[in-house]
Design a protein around this ligand. Structure first.
Ligand SMILES: [Fe+2]
Ligand SMILES: [Fe+2]
Length: 194
């Protein structure tokens, strides 16, 4: 039987994609950018990180905890997310014209690079060694579903960016999710009063 779950990209590839995507946004942030651009980039980075952290905490970390609950990288992951959330709160409360805004973005970038390096060199390979490909794809499908819920009104664009980032072997899955999102967007437009 046709199964969207088995065609979904794996949760580990989706996590890698999110990491690359947020690093691109960090690279676009330059000290000489206009304040409006700085604030927009900071918000793109902040919301991407918040959604990513929640998805990992709800779906990926519990799966890793099941196979190795004592892994030191896993144990420090949630405290690191919480520190990141604290920095994001401070960043949102800081004017983009304040030099502190640049410093906070840089500090956040440094923390995120360290955290991502730990995930990509320890947790993701470990999950890929110990969980089946089907299970990883199933978790990937769960992650997409939850991402759409968390992103709310931004769901279409965010999920589309993520889905379109995958190519080749996952083309069928990508077309499926893009089609579903297009339908959902049309429905929500229709539902709005004129
Ligand atoms: Fe993380
Ligand atoms: Fe991550």
């Amino acid at each position: 039987m046709f199964s969207l779950k088995k065609l979904s990209p794996t949760i580990t590839d989706m996590i890698r994609f999110d990491h690359s995507h947020v690093l691109v946004s960090f690279h676009q942030y330059t000290a000489d950018a206009k304040p409006k651009v700085k604030k927009a980039l900071a918000e793109t980075i902040a919301s991407a990180l918040e959604i990513h952290a929640t998805l990992e905490e709800e779906l990926f970390y519990p799966a890793v905890r099941n196979i190795d609950s004592g892994e030191p990288v896993l144990l420090k992951s949630v405290p690191e997310h919480n520190e990141m959330r604290r920095l994001i709160g401070e960043l949102r409360a800081t004017a983009p014209t304040d030099v502190r805004h640049d410093q906070l973005v840089q500090q956040l970038m440094r923390d995120v690079i360290h955290h991502v390096a730990d995930e990509e060199t320890v947790l993701l390979p470990q999950a890929e060694r110990l969980l089946s490909k089907d299970r990883l794809s199933e978790l990937g499908a769960d992650m997409t579903r939850r991402r759409i819920e968390l992103a709310g009104p931004k769901a279409g664009k965010l999920a589309l960016d993520t889905a379109v980032g995958f190519s080749g072997s996952t083309a069928a899955w990508t077309l499926g999710i893009v089609g579903a999102l297009a339908a959902a967007t049309l429905l929500s437009r229709k539902a709005k009063p004129a």
